[in-house]
Ligand binder design. Structure first.
Ligand SMILES: *Cc1c(COP(=O)(O)O)cnc(C)c1O
Length: 346
């Protein structure tokens, strides 16, 4: 890996961050707070939240077995994705490389930040090789985006190729693990010490059942986390979100039971969909959704909409012709879908 200073945009490296009232005072013994121009009324919503979310991170450090210094919290993973561009990619000069197909936000953030986005098509098994990504990278490639399990394909990316990329690419490698809780593979968050150039993304939006609170996690070296903290909005995670995150982290056994049930339903849904004449292929999934190739994705999508059932039509996505992406719901919801599909007349 190049020295972090060389990868970072010079303006960001030089930046002295905004210092908020709550940054300057960090004790616990005071009882009169007249430092931040808050209202003294409407407790507890009146106070600015902890800018570095110490309580949430202390709990997360235990749950995820990652030191708090290696954790960044953002307004969804989307904030961390955007900060990667803002911290490392000089508009119109630098570029990033990503697999195709994958999560759409990497490209949207690249375009918003005026950074070139280079795609490398996956193979017919939705796998990649480190060499194919390195072949399109150059001295201006700052970040490579991987997503495992991948969206919308559902499969884990080959671990050996991810490791090879981590060991050979001299910029940052992002491994988006939004769906890792549903996978049999271990997370890369345990390997931060081995790979100084890795940024692992996870989220409260999927397994943790908390998409509405908008909370994403990035796990990386202390130096990378410090850069994110330097350029983020001072109070990026509001107090309601912090409270809800603590609440759901304290119910992690309940969350584990949801995940176990969804994995079981994933296997059942895959089996039953495969019995239907309209199904051409069910791609193996390690996520909380199934990618299914069907006879006519757009016709079936429209039919399901008419039945009040919404799935995702991925027909126009690379390598996903005539594919529907179906999120695993409750057993009842999955039965409703299966019954509707059984009644579809080709
Ligand atoms: C759903 C999803 C996310 C979650 O994004 P949030 O902003 O945290 O809700 C991140 N990455 C991928 C690949 C996803 O599919």
């Amino acid at each position: 890996m190049k020295p972090l200073k060389e990868l970072t945009r010079p303006n960001v490296w030089r930046l002295k961050p905004y210092s908020s009232a709550r940054d300057e005072y960090k004790g616990v013994s005071a009882s009169v707070f007249l430092d931040a121009n808050e209202s003294p009324y409407n407790n507890p919503i009146n106070r600015y939240p902890d800018p570095l979310q110490g309580e949430v991170k202390a709990l997360l450090a235990q749950v995820k077995q990652v030191p708090a210094e290696n954790i960044f919290l953002g307004n969804g993973s989307d904030e961390a994705i955007d900060l990667l561009f803002r911290a490392f990619c000089e508009p119109r000069i630098d570029n990033v490389v990503a697999i195709d197909p994958t999560y759409g936000m990497y490209q949207v953030c690249a375009e918003v930040n005026d950074v070139e986005y280079r795609k490398v098509l996956l193979d017919e098994n939705y796998q990649f090789t480190a060499d194919s990504l390195l072949a399109v990278a150059d001295e201006h490639t700052k970040v490579i985006f991987l997503c495992s399990p991948n969206n919308p394909t559902g499969n884990d990316l080959c671990r050996d190729e991810i490791v090879k990329l981590l060991n050979t690419f001299d910029g940052l490698v992002v491994v988006d693990e939004a769906y890792i809780d549903f996978s049999d593979s271990p997370s890369f968050r345990f390997d931060l010490a081995k790979y100084p150039n890795i940024v692992v993304l996870q989220t409260f939006s999927k397994a943790w059942g908390s998409a509405a609170i908008r909370l994403g996690m990035a796990f990386a070296s202390e130096e990378i986390i410090a850069l994110f903290n330097k350029i983020k909005y001072p109070y990026n995670i509001n107090i309601l979100t912090q409270q809800q995150a603590i609440s759901v982290l304290q119910r992690k056994e309940e969350v584990a039971a949801w995940v176990a049930l969804l994995r079981q339903e994933r296997a059942r849904l895959a089996d039953e969909l495969l019995q239907l004449p309209l199904t051409e292929k069910i791609f193996p999934s390690q996520a909380n959704f199934i990618l299914a190739r069907v006879a006519d994705a757009t016709a079936i999508y429209n039919y399901l909409v008419g039945q009040g059932i919404i799935v995702r039509n991925r027909h126009s996505v690379s390598l996903c012709g005539n594919c529907l992406r179906i999120t695993i719901g409750t057993p009842e919801e999955n039965n409703t879908l299966l019954n509707a599909m059984k009644e579809y007349k080709q």
